[in-house]
Design a protein around this ligand. Structure first.
Ligand code: CIR
Length: 254
């Protein structure tokens, strides 16, 4: 049974980092309720949810995806690009330590887990404002001995690589073509987000289905028309903090 590490949203979520969205009021009670429903979706799709306690001093700590890259063989603890987020990795590393050997990205490198998309033995890393060239180089050095290839991918106008592209089936990606070019992912079938839903490329594939936000109904229609089974969640409050469905968990088989 896969484990999904999550962390409760903190009361300070409304002081989160923002890069592309204007600050909007966040209802922290609603955020907590939505997060519970997200955890229920993970459990319904077969995950054992390991929910870490909230970290009130760390506004973005609900976005556990950014703190680590968990592979079958090993985990890499990141060094997040936003200085305010660096300490989030400590408790994530503690939660992972019983399951994986943990390697570390070290200064001056920066890397956010949200920038790392694994397809087979290739790790694509978004050349974002959060992950730098040294981060890509360190990840590559750390993982070469496990047989992984690491490739940087240019991005436009979004926070992370997985804001722009995620895997929705073994052979298919969901992409916002304005933010990342599909030619970087040879051999994969491509579905584009609906033009009116630029934020819709972040989908979380788990247990034969895809956890997908209510905020993208038109893209959802395309997904369903293409045979993708959807489990819908309302993420309105974490979306105001520029976080999507992948950002709120780290999923791996123990
Ligand atoms: C940040 O700017 O770091 C947070 N407000 C949002 C992080 C979202 N994480 C993700 O896409 N993996």
């Amino acid at each position: 049974m896969p484990i999904a590490i999550t962390r409760k949203p903190p009361s300070s979520l409304d002081r989160c980092e923002l890069s592309f969205l204007p600050r909007a009021a966040i209802d922290v009670h609603l955020a907590a309720e939505q997060h519970r429903a997200y955890e229920e979706a993970l459990a319904a799709l077969g995950c054992r949810v390991c929910s870490l306690p909230a970290e009130p001093q760390m506004p973005d700590s609900v976005f556990v995806e950014d703190a680590a890259v968990v592979l079958d063989e090993v985990a890499v603890i990141t060094r997040p690009g936003a200085a305010s987020r660096r300490r989030e990795t400590l408790s994530v590393e503690a939660a992972l330590a019983g399951h994986r050997e943990c390697l570390r990205i070290e200064a001056p490198a920066t890397l956010d887990g949200g920038d790392v998309l694994r397809l087979g033995r290739t790790l694509y890393v978004g050349a974002s404002g959060r992950s730098n060239a040294e981060g890509v180089a360190q990840l590559s050095r750390l993982l070469r001995r496990y047989g992984y290839r690491v490739e940087a991918v240019p991005l436009r106008g979004c926070l992370h690589l997985k804001s722009a592209v995620t895997q929705i089936a073994s052979d298919r990606l969901l992409i916002n073509p304005d933010q990342v070019e599909s030619r970087h992912f040879p051999g994969m079938g491509i579905l584009n987000v609906h033009a009116s839903e630029p934020q819709a490329a972040n989908a979380l594939r788990v247990g034969g289905a895809v956890i997908y936000p209510e905020s993208a109904p038109r893209t959802r229609e395309t997904l369903e028309a293409n045979g993708i089974r959807i489990r819908s969640v309302n993420m309105s409050e974490t979306e105001k903090a520029e976080g999507g469905v992948t950002c709120c968990s780290l999923i791996f088989v123990p």
